[in-house]
Each structure stands twice: as structure tokens, then as C-alpha cells.
Design a protein. Structure first.
Length: 380
């Protein structure tokens, strides 16, 4: 299999995942109205989606170690696009939470399997290319925001929109499947299924992924609130802060691999995570909305290329248990992404929002300090 074909196909599957989830996200208000759920109930349902995604991640790792990432990724991609119309067809709360549980499970499977495929492709290149894959996930989401918003403006029914995602997604997934790399069969000395041991390095990688993705989750949910409530900006200006963060995350991911190749992943994450800490501290201390927008952009620059390095390292700890270890680090990071907004919200009961930002700032600092140990070069 030519590495170039496999790389392009993996770019495509990351973009497909971002696009599919993006189409669900842009239609959330419409689906909320159709099912009659209130905001609090929707919040609980989104936790269900996250919880089933976590379960899917745990099952995906062993499946990849047994069958290889190519068949698991193909099945996961098909499952994701087949389940995304479910929320659009829901007419009440029970149907919606069921549909979201199934969608979350499929998304958990594809999260691990596409990152596992990316690790295999990266090995063939023998140089860093992981961050670029994650950039294509962001680009897929951006495409969904544009196309999905246009379809909503044109009055297209949400069910038709999401069924269109299914048809197009199946065509893309099935056309790409032959270009994925087939992993080598398990070695004779591979650990039995379900008995893959935890290692201190995998635990550290997972904890650092948790810390940085907690910060990313904070950015997703609290940038606009910070600008509007803490600095008194308009909602339009507040949206610029999230836009600046998202834009720098996407752009830096397209170029981060070149920097990683020059510096090495340990040095890159050490410096980038510290830059992220400076950016978020700058946002917390910014006296004006304009400076806060710049600071959130700097935060995005710092975070953009870090977590992909942890995924690469996890996938290369052991070739015989690559999927399981990657699933563990991915799921720990995913918990941070889910927990971040909740942690900040809880802390704001006692301290100002900007003070609560100390938690993700400390997480960035710890990632910067511990990255050299977590990302050290060791034999598989």
C-alpha cells in the first residue's frame, strides 16, 4: 500500500468525522425544538452521548488489536454516518436520548480507529504527520457549519440534510476503505485480549491529554461567556474570541508537523503547552475585549499540536497493544474535554470565571513540564 494513498484516505476519514459531527451540531436547535426538550434536559442527553462515546472507545482498542484498524475503521465510519440521522428523526425525549446514545457509541469507535490508522500511516512516513490529520477534522467541521447553515437558511428539512450526510458518508467511507493500511497480524507473544497491562507511561500520556483537552473544552464553552460577562463585550465580539481560537487551532495543526519534525515532540509540546498557559493567563488578565481575543488566539496556537503527539506516542508504546493503549489515552483525553466546562462552571459558584481559569492554566504548565518524560523515545 502506497503511504501517500493511505495518508490521503486518512485525511478524508478525519474530515468525514468532523463533517458528520458538525452537521449534527448545527442542527441541534432545530432538533431541540422538534423533540420539545429544554436546555437542562439537552445538557443531560449530551452527557449520555459523551458517556457512550467513552464506552465505544474502550471496545474499539481491543477490536483494533485483534482485527487491525482498517476493517474496524471502515465499520466505524459506516456506523457513524448511518446513525447521524437518528436525532433528526426523533420526535420526543426518549427517541432523542436513544439516538444520541447510539451516535455517541459510533463516534467513540471512530475516534480511536481513525487515530490508530493515523499512527500506522505515520510509521510508514517515519516523520510527524499526526497534527495535520486533526486539522482535517477541524476543516470538516468548518465545512459542516457552512453547508449546514446554508441548508437551514434554505429551509431544507433536518431529516433530509442528515440523510444526505448518510448517503455521501457511505460513498466516501466505502471508496476510501481499500486505501487504508492493513496492520500486521498480532505477534505470537501478544498479550491475551482483556489482559493488556497499564504502564506508567500510558497513564502519564493519558493524564496530560486529559489536562490539555480540559483546556480545549473550556475554550469551546467559556470563551464567549468570558468576553460578554467578564469584559462586557457584545455577543458579536464574544463570538470573535471563539472564532480566533478555532482558526488558530486549525491553521497551526496544518503546519505543526514540520515544527515537530525539527524540534522533536517533547520539545514541541513543552514549548507549545507553556505558550498555551501564557495565552490563557493573558485572556484571564486582559483588560479589554480586543486583547482577550488576541489572547484566546494565542491559547489556540499553544494547544493545537500538543494532543496529537500524545496519541502518536500511545500508539507506539507497543505494536501488539497499540489500539488498546491508544484507546486508553484517547478516552482519558476525551474525559478532560467533557469535564473542562463542568469544572469551570462548578468553580464559578465560589470564584470569578477568570480565577477559575487557573485550573486549565496549571494543566498546560504541567503538560509543558512533564512532556519530556511522557514523550521520551523508547523502544516499543
Amino acid at each position: 500500500m502506497q503511504p501517500t494513498r493511505a495518508r490521503i484516505a486518512t485525511f478524508g476519514i478525519f474530515a468525514l468525522n468532523g463533517f458528520t459531527l458538525g452537521m449534527w451540531v448545527v442542527n441541534i436547535p432545530t432538533i431541540k425544538d422538534r423533540t420539545g426538550v429544554d436546555q437542562a434536559t439537552l445538557g443531560l442527553f449530551l452527557l449520555v452521548l459523551g458517556g457512550t462515546a467513552w464506552v465505544g472507545m474502550q471496545l474499539a482498542g481491543p477490536a483494533i488489536d485483534r482485527f487491525g484498524s482498517r476493517p474496524v475503521l471502515t465499520c466505524a465510519a459506516c456506523a457513524l454516518v448511518l446513525t447521524v440521522p437518528g436525532p433528526g428523526f426523533a420526535t420526543d425525549a426518549t427517541q432523542l436520548v436513544t439516538a444520541l446514545a447510539v451516535l455517541g457509541f459510533a463516534n467513540g469507535f471512530i475516534e480511536v480507529s481513525m487515530n490508530s490508522q493515523a499512527v500506522v500511516v505515520e510509521r510508514a512516513y517515519n516523520r510527524p504527520i499526526m497534527a495535520a490529520f486533526h486539522a482535517f477534522f477541524s476543516l470538516g467541521g468548518l465545512l459542516a457549519s457552512v453547508l449546514g447553515g446554508s441548508l437551514i437558511a434554505a429551509g431544507v428539512d433536518v431529516r433530509a440534510s442528515l440523510l444526505g450526510v448518510t448517503v455521501a458518508g457511505l460513498l466516501v467511507a466505502l471508496s476510501l476503505r481499500t486505501s487504508f493500511v492493513a496492520a500486521a497480524p498480532p505477534a505470537d507473544d501478544a498479550p491475551p485480549r482483556g489482559r493488556v497491562p497499564w504502564t506508567s507511561r500510558v497513564l502519564l500520556l493519558g493524564l496530560l491529554a486529559f489536562a490539555l483537552l480540559l483546556g480545549e473544552g473550556v475554550a469551546y464553552d467559556w470563551t464567549t461567556v468570558h468576553l460578554r460577562d467578564s469584559l462586557g463585550s457584545s455577543e458579536t465580539v464574544a463570538a470573535y474570541a471563539f472564532g480566533a481560537f478555532s482558526a488558530t487551532m486549525t491553521i497551526v495543526r496544518l503546519f505543526a508537523d514540520r515544527v515537530v519534525a525539527r524540534w522533536g515532540p517533547a520539545v514541541y509540546v513543552s514549548r507549545a503547552a507553556m505558550l498555551g498557559a501564557v495565552g490563557l493567563a493573558g485572556a484571564a488578565l486582559a483588560p479589554t475585549p480586543a486583547l482577550a481575543v488576541v489572547a484566546w488566539a494565542v491559547f489556540g496556537i499553544g494547544l493545537a499540536g500538543c494532543v496529537p503527539q500524545f496519541f502518536t506516542a500511545a500508539g507506539n508504546v507497543s505494536e501488539t497493544a497499540s489500539g488498546t493503549y491508544l484507546a486508553r489515552v484517547t478516552s482519558m483525553g476525551y474525559l478532560g474535554l467533557l469535564a473542562g466546562p463542568s469544572v469551570i462552571g462548578l468553580l464559578t459558584r465560589w470564584v470569578p470565571l477568570t480565577t477559575a481559569f487557573i485550573v486549565p492554566i496549571v494543566g498546560c504548565v504541567l503538560a509543558g513540564v512533564l512532556a519530556p518524560h511522557a514523550l521520551r523515545k523508547v523502544d516499543a
